[in-house]
Design a protein around this ligand. Structure first.
Ligand code: F6P
Length: 522
């Protein structure tokens, strides 16, 4: 039997023991529990003591990590070896945030020089737009950016902007992802084409939604300003020739590389809109925070390694205790897009059913993730978290100092974050209340992540924490976390259905699909 299979067996046995005890009780039997399960990494504090694991369970999970050789996999990742096996590519998003001179390599080839060149070009562009040196075709400075992209070309930048945008920005940034024309119409409304930059972001530059929106937005510019407005076009792509063919001036096409996965790309020129709208200092600090987390992930021993322990807590719930759903609730309105971001990061990375070498997986893989900002979620789905029939582990994120506003309101927000984690774990026994409706079973696990402030560096560290957590889980499950073949079939079928909706011959479909197409055509 392989060592990893034996380690999975040990985990299953350990998890059976968790049914006979309560999380709260572990604080009494393990006096060092809080200290042992509280970590500090790159400016973030993680409290994993409200997870259902005992000291022995944590050891069992660490044995699993050792059996899976997480450290060797991590070394291969940072060395730029091919870890995305189905596409034959390294995954080197860390190189994008590494300081100048870091000399990371992809399959042995130096890449840091190219990375630094693109970074310098981004910086020069951001500074030129912000200073007014770069202006629109009528001579007016740019006051708005429309960022067009979807999936990884949207979710990261959208999260970053929402998290860090000034209350009264010099440059407004709006996002358009959906091919639903309503989103583009809303984004363009109220903008002056003479003062608007259009940044089209697509790794492949073939994505239906993005090209449709980019064409419509370019037509909006041209209708107002003529083809001179093509100087307002900017593109970010790993296929720069396609971006130029679209009409983007060559010096406004910013490249990146096939070793940057879409959902890991916010650090690359995909983040250009944020770099312009937030300023280079903020974008650079965002990089530095993520790099600090990279260094922590690379160097901290497994029992004190934040991404590793966060992954192991998830695996204990997901695999040991059979919990297929996880909630993520940031008690920070500015982080309200964190759950959608994590949905792509975790579910596109690890929602897999075969191993990297194509065998059926032996264990359940990624959980479904959902969430919203606290306290809002408390008035929506927390009923189920407290009293539903399924146990849904939760990641609670909180920010000690608010970015703005009344400190008294911030304290109320923090009180709720802390109290919810307590209520979920402690509950209210039926013995304390005569009414069964008012009893809370408790024993519901949470991870608590505290940021002193929501600044660019801590945001970078937070995103990198979850990137590496996702990687560690993929190593344990033996899957390829960096491909996404599961999104392809729907795209192919949509192309066929579109041809039919546009008058093409009817294809072969199941009766339900055929009826829907017929109804839409009638
Ligand atoms: O459909 C999924 C996906 O391929 C994501 O992985 C990617 O982030 C997104 O589409 C957008 O792709 P592109 O940047 O090539 O337009």
């Amino acid at each position: 039997m392989r060592q990893i299979d034996a380690a999975w067996g040990a985990l299953a046995a350990a998890a059976r023991g968790a049914a006979d005890r309560r999380i709260e009780g572990l604080f009494a039997t393990e006096p060092d529990r809080l200290e042992r399960l509280t970590l500090e990494a790159a400016g973030l504090i993680l409290d994993l003591s409200k997870q259902p694991w005992s000291r022995a369970d944590v050891e069992t999970l660490l044995d699993l990590a050792r059996a899976a050789d997480v450290e060797a996999a991590r070394a291969r990742l940072f060395a730029g070896e091919i870890v995305n096996v189905s596409e034959g590519r390294p995954a080197l998003h860390m190189a994008l945030r590494a300081p100048d001179g870091a000399d990371l390599r992809a399959e042995g080839e130096p890449i840091s020089g190219e990375v630094e060149a693109v970074r310098n070009a981004m910086r020069a562009f951001a500074e030129a737009v912000r200073s007014g040196a770069k202006r629109g075709c009528t001579g007016r400075p740019f006051r708005a950016i429309v960022h067009i992209g979807i999936g990884g070309s949207d979710l990261g930048p959208r999260l970053v902007w929402e998290a860090l945008k000034p209350l009264d920005p010099q440059i407004e940034l709006r996002f358009v992802a959906n091919v639903d024309p309503a989103e583009l119409a809303q984004a363009l409304t109220g903008l002056d084409p003479a003062e608007t930059l259009l940044v089209t972001v697509s790794k492949t530059f073939t994505t239906l939604e993005t090209l449709t929106n980019a064409e419509a937005a370019r037509a909006w510019l041209r209708a107002a300003l003529g083809t001179a407005s093509d100087s307002h076009l900017v593109a970010v792509s790993a296929a720069p020739d396609k971006a130029q063919a679209f009409g983007v001036p060559a010096d406004q096409v910013f490249g990146f590389w096939d070793w940057v996965g879409g959902r890991y790309s916010v650090w690359s020129s995909v983040g250009l809109s944020c770099a312009v709208a937030l300023g280079w200092d903020a974008f650079s600090a965002f990089h530095a925070g993520a790099w600090a987390m990279d260094r922590h992930f690379q160097s901290a021993p497994l029992p004190r390694n934040a991404p590793v322990l966060l992954a192991l807590a998830h695996v204990f719930n997901r695999n040991g205790l059979g919990r297929p759903i996880r909630a993520v609730v940031p008690y920070a309105q500015r982080l309200r897009l964190f759950a959608p971001f994590l949905q792509q990061l975790e579910m596109e990375s690890n929602g897999k059913r075969v191993t990297a070498d194509g065998r059926p997986v032996a264990h359940a893989t990624a959980a479904s993730v959902f969430g919203d900002a606290g306290t809002n979620g408390q008035h929506a789905f927390f009923q189920l978290l407290h009293q539903g029939t399924d146990v849904v582990p939760i990641d609670i994120l909180a920010v000690r100092e608010g970015s703005e506003g009344d400190p008294a309101a911030q304290r109320k927000l923090l009180a709720n974050a802390v109290a919810q984690a307590e209520a979920l774990m402690v509950g209210r026994p039926a013995a304390e209340t005569p009414d069964a409706h008012r009893a809370f079973p408790g024993d519901r696990p949470s991870s608590f992540i505290l940021l002193d402030r929501l600044d660019p560096a801590r945001l970078g560290a937070l995103i990198a924490l979850y990137e590496h957590k996702t990687f560690v889980e993929g190593v344990l499950w033996e899957i390829d976390s960096f491909d996404q073949w599961g999104v392809e079939l729907g795209k192919t079928l949509a192309t066929r259905v579109l041809a039919e909706l546009e008058g093409g011959a009817a294809g072969a479909h199941d009766p339900s699909t055929a009826a829907l197409i017929a109804r839409l055509k009638s």
